[in-house]
Design a protein around this ligand. Structure first.
Ligand code: SAM
Ligand code: SF4
Length: 328
């Protein structure tokens, strides 16, 4: 089984959001005062598992669990265990803010989670608290170390770079990744949701970040490509650490896009940069015992997957959704 969209792209990657809630309120992701969804609008664990099962039966080979913060959803380890065991799935991976990894890294490895991406935007406790609005840096660093020691096949850091907030810390963050023996990706801020501040003034391009790193480390281009908006380089003197640049504001990757996203409300998003969606929550609730309508809706939706997204970069809000709804 394989899934192909209307323009011939093979779609084998699902990003599944398991909650819209979070213990942080990162300035680029959420407004200060967020209203979260009422429980009945959120997919249950059983519904999440059922959707994952249907998507894998149709050709999805990789699932990333995200959110909100996936590790604050009660029952998350059990959900991972069920999804990781689906026949045909190649890998179950996760994106987390790291706050709960001190206690959950090992159970997640045992449940079958293969790789872990952890967000880290600053190594300064005060700045970290300002960016996340209430995060505790020590707790996250402990979580990163727990993840590194727990036996994931790979641990990677994600950092959203903003002028005036953490751009000057890029070399220190690279050094931290080198010291931990893990990878790090630098992400351009995307205009998703009104977070109560102008994004243009803090926007920082991947070129600027790359140039700053190159002042400290000779960089080697790397041919690795995930089918997404990431480009990789390696450090000549530290071959174990890869540096990624995620440039969602550029159009260059749409031709090789291999992914779709399921929001925590069961809306299938065909493109992060566009608003059209298919309501799978309505389908799972209308057809509790029959998967065929879900299978047909999936194939029909993919035929309409947009050719490219609509960001123009550096701009103000274009997509009304917040990032915690779609999982990034
Ligand atoms: N809570 C988890 C975390 O922070 O890693 C998972 C969900 S979070 C929405 C997924 C990723 O999206 C994180 O790496 C975060 O830094 C990134 N992100 C959130 N809002 C963003 C934005 N407006 N532009 C670019 N990246 C963003
Ligand atoms: Fe929470 Fe992740 Fe959004 Fe930060 S980026 S507020 S940790 S969901």
């Amino acid at each position: 089984m394989s899934l192909v969209d209307g323009v011939g792209r093979s779609i084998d990657y699902l990003r599944l959001s398991v909650t819209d809630r979070c213990d942080f309120r990162c300035v680029y992701c959420m407004a200060k005062n967020m209203t979260f969804l009422p429980r009945q609008q959120v997919l249950t664990l059983e519904e999440l598992q059922r959707l994952a099962t249907v998507f894998v039966s149709q050709g999805v080979r990789k699932i990333r669990l995200t959110g909100g913060e996936p590790l604050i959803r009660p029952g998350i380890v059990e959900l991972c265990r069920h999804i990781a065991a689906l026949p045909g799935l190649r890998e179950l991976v996760m994106t987390s803010n790291g706050s709960q990894l001190g206690r959950l890294a090992r159970p997640l490895v045992e449940a079958g989670v293969k790789r872990m991406n952890i967000s880290l935007d600053s190594l300064d406790p005060e700045r970290f608290r300002a960016i996340t609005r209430n995060g505790d840096l020590r707790q996250v660093l402990d979580g990163i170390e727990a993840a590194r020691d727990a036996g994931f096949e790979r641990v990677k850091l994600n950092c959203v770079v903003m002028q005036g907030r953490n751009f000057d810390e890029v070399p220190a963050l690279v050094q931290y990744a080198i010291d931990q023996g893990i990878d790090i990706s630098f992400i351009e801020e995307m205009p998703l949701g009104d977070v109560g501040r102008s994004r243009g003034e803090s926007f920082c391009s991947s070129e600027q970040v790359r140039a700053l790193i190159a002042e400290h480390h000779p960089l080697l281009d790397s041919p690795e490509n995930s089918g997404g908006p990431a480009r990789y380089v390696r450090l000549a003197r530290h071959p174990q650490t890869r540096i990624g640049f995620i440039s969602p504001n550029s159009h260059n990757f749409c031709a090789s896009c291999n992914r779709v996203r399921m929001t925590v409300e069961g809306q299938l998003l065909l493109c992060l940069g566009q608003d059209n969606a298919v309501d799978f929550r309505a389908l799972v609730r209308r057809y509790p015992l029959d998967d065929q309508p879900l299978v047909e809706a999936l194939h029909k939706a993919l035929r309409g997957k947009p050719l490219r997204h609509d960001f123009t970069g550096q701009g103000e809000v274009q997509v009304v959704r917040f990032m915690n709804m779609s999982g990034g």
